[in-house]
Design a protein around this ligand. Structure first.
Ligand code: GSH
Length: 223
């Protein structure tokens, strides 16, 4: 059974989860792979304790154990899962569309998950009086000005970024999770708004839904 190492914590306003590890969780769920979640203490990740560094040389989550194999980085793990557990396929067969899926996945990772999302998401893990509300608003502004106009364009005539649900849509599940807690208004981007709702409607979203408790999202082993 695969073990997914991640950071997840319950707050009165919902269960907060690592965005990158949520990408991996979604793929495990979409493929119906047996897995269990091992929660790493956020302090151990920030302090880069030897146990974490032994699994991930940059001291981050997610990483997985699949038998003898340990792998880190959500994109690398998801590509591995798609190769090792081919059904259902999460990359298009057509090489050009496959390239588009990987390019958009990379855009979401570099342009959103590593850039505009952390200033919005990290403060939710802290007490309200310690939150940098200016940085949060700057993150939202980044999404409004740089990200969503581009994504709105990419979604023209499409339900998902490459027509069918693929690895390109997976980071957007984590974005849907963050914005569910944050409540940011995305009305100015009707395709993005409908797309985020569509993603929240997929059965795999349950495992990262902020309304799902830790106990109910500990992996297939816990069910
Ligand atoms: N490219 C990596 C990024 C991983 C990442 O930044 N994870 C965050 C949690 S969402 C983390 O562990 N941050 C701790 C740190 O950067 O020290 C991936 O996709 O897995």
């Amino acid at each position: 059974m695969i073990v997914l190492y991640t950071m997840e914590r319950e707050y009165p306003y919902g269960t907060l989860r690592s965005t990158n590890a949520s990408k991996t969780k979604v793929v495990l769920e979409e493929k119906g792979i047996d897995y269990r979640v091992e929660t790493v203490r956020p302090g151990d990740v920030w302090k880069k304790v030897p146990e974490v560094l032994a699994k991930h040389p940059l001291g981050k989550v997610p990483y997985i154990d699949d038998g003898e194999l340990t792998l880190y980085d959500s994109t690398v793990i998801n590509e591995y899962l798609n190769d090792a557990y081919p059904q259902p396929p999460l990359l298009p067969a057509d090489p050009a569309l496959r390239g588009r899926a990987r390019a958009l996945e990379n855009y979401a990772d570099e342009g959103i998950l590593s850039r505009h999302l952390p200033p919005i998401w990290m403060p939710w893990w802290s007490p309200e009086d310690k939150r940098d509300t200016e940085a949060m608003e700057k993150g939202r502004e980044g999404l409004r000005v740089q990200t969503f106009p581009f994504v709105e364009e990419q979604l023209e005539g499409r339900e998902y970024l490459c027509d069918e649900f693929t690895l390109a849509d997976v980071p957007f599940m984590a974005i849907a999770m963050v914005l569910q807690v944050d409540g940011m208004d995305v009305d100015a981007f009707p395709r993005v708004k409908a797309y985020l709702e569509r993603l929240r409607g997929r059965p795999s979203y349950r495992s990262i839904d902020p309304t799902t408790s830790l106990a109910d999202s500990a992996g297939s082993a816990a069910q």
